[in-house]
Design a protein around this ligand. Structure first.
Ligand code: APR
Length: 228
C-alpha cells in the first residue's frame, strides 16, 4: 500500500465493546440522562453537583475499561511507517492512548480537570465536586475538561489541517449526529479523499464504502488491509 495521508474519526462505538455506553443506541446515555441537565454550560451553572456526579460516574467506568482490538488496530495503523495517520476522537475516555495511539480529543478528556475561572488544567481526581479547588487559583471552580453542547470543540485547527488533503477518511463507531465531526466526511470528500464508514449499521450514504459490523471485528480487518 503506497504511503497515504489518513484521517480517522472515532466515536463511542469504538469503546462500546470495552463496556463504555454509547449515547444514542437503545440504552444509550442520552436515553437515561437529559443533555440539558448534565452536558451544557447552563447545567453546570445551575447544578454543578449533578454535572460532577454524571462525569464522576463516567470517569469511574472509563478507569475500569480496557482497550479493545479496535483501539489496538488503530494504534498499529498510526504507528505504521507506511502512512501519515491523524486520529481524531470524539470520545473522552483514554482507551486510544492505553492502546498506544495519540488521538486528538476534540471533545476533551474525562481524566482532565479545567478551572472555569482561570482555565488551569490538571489531572482530574476520580471524584470531583463543586468544592474541588483549582490548584492554581484556589477557586471552587473545577469542571470536567470535556466540551459541552454549545461550546467550541478542541483541536479544530489541527483537524482542519489534516482535512486539507487526506487520501483516505474513515469514520468509525459514530452516528454522525453531532457537528462539526459529522461534517468531516464532506470536507474530506471535497478534498478528493476516499471515504469509508466502519460501524454497526450504515449512518449515511455520503461514504464511498462501508464495513458493517462490530468494531473489534471490522477495524482490525480494515487495518490489516492497509498495513503490511
Ligand atoms: N461496533 C461498531 N459500532 C458500534 C458498536 C460496536 N460495537 N456499538 C455501537 N456502534 C455504533 C452505533 O451504531 C452508532 O452509530 O456507534 C455509534 C455510536 O453513536 P453515538 O452513540 O451517537 O456516539 P457518537 O457518534 O460518538 O456521539 C458523538 O455526541 O453526545 C455527543 O459528545 C458526545 O462525542 C459524543 C457525540
Amino acid at each position: 500500500m503506497k504511503p497515504v495521508r489518513i484521517v480517522v474519526l472515532t466515536g463511542a462505538g469504538v469503546s462500546a465493546e470495552s463496556g463504555l455506553g454509547t449515547f444514542r443506541d437503545r440504552d444509550g446515555l442520552w436515553s437515561r440522562y437529559a443533555i440539558e441537565d448534565v452536558a451544557t454550560p447552563d447545567a453546570y451553572a445551575r447544578d454543578p453537583a449533578l454535572v460532577h456526579d454524571f462525569y464522576n460516574m463516567r470517569r469511574r467506568e472509563a478507569a475500569q475499561a480496557r482497550s479493545n482490538a479496535a483501539h489496538h488496530a488503530l494504534a498499529r495503523l498510526q504507528q505504521s511507517t507506511q502512512h501519515e495517520v491523524t486520529l481524531v476522537t470524539q470520545n473522552v475516555d483514554a482507551l486510544h492512548e492505553a492502546a498506544g495511539a495519540t488521538p486528538l480529543h476534540m471533545h476533551g478528556q474525562l481524566d482532565q480537570a479545567l478551572c472555569a475561572a482561570c482555565a488551569h488544567r490538571w489531572p482530574a481526581p476520580m471524584e470531583m465536586s463543586p468544592e474541588t479547588p483549582c490548584p492554581s487559583c484556589g477557586g471552587a471552580t473545577a469542571r470536567p475538561d470535556v466540551v459541552w453542547f454549545g461550546e467550541m470543540p478542541y483541536a479544530l485547527d489541527a483537524i482542519d489541517a489534516a482535512l486539507t488533503s487526506p487520501d483516505l477518511f474513515a469514520a468509525i463507531g459514530t452516528s454522525g449526529q453531532v457537528y462539526p465531526a459529522a461534517g468531516f466526511v464532506d470536507v474530506a470528500a471535497a478534498s478528493g479523499a476516499e471515504t469509508i464508514e466502519l460501524n454497526l449499521e450504515p449512518t449515511s450514504t455520503r461514504f464511498d464504502d462501508h464495513r458493517l459490523g462490530r468494531a473489534t471485528e471490522v477495524v482490525p480487518a480494515w487495518v490489516g488491509s492497509l498495513v503490511q
